[in-house]
Design a protein around this ligand. Sequence first.
Ligand code: UDX
Length: 446
Amino acid sequence: MNITVIGTGYVGLVTGACFAEMGNSVVCIDVDPDKVERLQQGHIPIYEPGLDAIVTNNSKAGRLRFSTDLAAAMQQSALYFIAVGTPPDEDGSADLSHVLQVAGQIGQHLSRDAIVVNKSTAPVGTADKVAHVIRQQLQTRGVTDVHFDVVSNPEFLKEGAAIDDFMRPDRIVIGVESNHARQVMAELYQTFSRNHDKVMFMGVRDAELTKYAANAMLATKISFMNEMANLAERMGVDIEQVRKGIGSDSRIGYSFIYPGCGYGGSCFPKDVQALVRMGAEYDYNTSVLNAVEQRNQSQKQRLFEKLQQRFPDLAGKVIAVWGLAFKPGTDDMREASSITLINALAEAGARIQAYDPVAMDEAKKHFPASWFDDGTIRLCAHQYDALENADAMVLVTEWKPFRQPDFNAIGKLLKQPIIIDGRNQYDPHSLKQQGFDYTGIGRDIA
Ligand code: UDX
């Protein structure tokens, strides 16, 4: 099939590359000419395992192209994917301006029957708004003989596993109203759904809410577990035992019940807030989601609070931070717990020695340049360099090289043998035996 993907951000690029990989001919459109040029030269703006090779191979094969010319791309295809950002507005609701702008451009250039697929995470009712904007443009142009469908096809990919998630999805949610759109989408996705039927057709608004509900449910599981962990700390209970004990119940399951220092990333925080706003618009108080959000905000403070318990005055203290990305496998630091921790430490006058396997460049964008100049933060070349003369070490992101470190070396490098483990990676008993003052999340056991 000939496909146009509008937006070369995370979702757009992965979508375009994976459709091309399956033999389709894809043009990815972006308004930023520099970005398009860099993509044409094979420079991928995001860190995502496997994406590089797929983009390069399919570009070489001529199946994947990058352009700023939407009108030209639309001449070549009748299937347009909208994959532009829906950043939070000041009040937390999703900002639809990019999506509707693209809808307007589609309306300006539409000259054949087509299917417009929204892949951006956008509130219930967005497809209707997209259709309305396109219709308005067609009317302005006096075009009456062109038919189009607007489909909702939300994306569930995880950063760091995006290619796999796209190629081997749990499910493919497609909100459609017409039989024609349903047939085209079924044909497009059949190759991703060979052995088991992964495609789920539903109404457009059903699909729109499905995306938010999925993320909100996962965020709820995490916040719930964080609440249990905080309770466990007070009760002298080991949350790890509780996690295993409840995860074995197939109705609960083991996934997304790892307590920690809070969830981050580009989706959970934004989508939970957007759903809360949607609730308000429909005059409904989303009390569960409000609590999920609140718990997460507080949970991000836990690492700092644990340091404060050990150092009532943090001024002049040196704190080693292992991990800056919001989770392993990505350089993305959006809403990362490391930011909350580092900001609080800097505010308290501490100095930070940080290391992350891939997010070091990204880190420079998230803190004031002066902090790097005056030594508030030092980005270290190696994970063990970050520990030198530090008063404590904090694990924020559970990258693999942090999971089984050399505790002998850690003990020697740290000024004080304090380990705060924000992701429950280490065994409290063994670390205590080795002489560490260790605390995890929900594991303050004697
Ligand atoms: C998420 C959804 O998983 C994905 O389906 C959706 O399309 C986008 O949002 P992503 O943000 O890439 O994906 O990361 P994910 O792996 O879901 O982790 C999100 C956050 O939750 C991370 O900060 C992670 O550390 C945290 N987390 C996850 C926990 O604290 N505990 C857990 O048990 C699982």
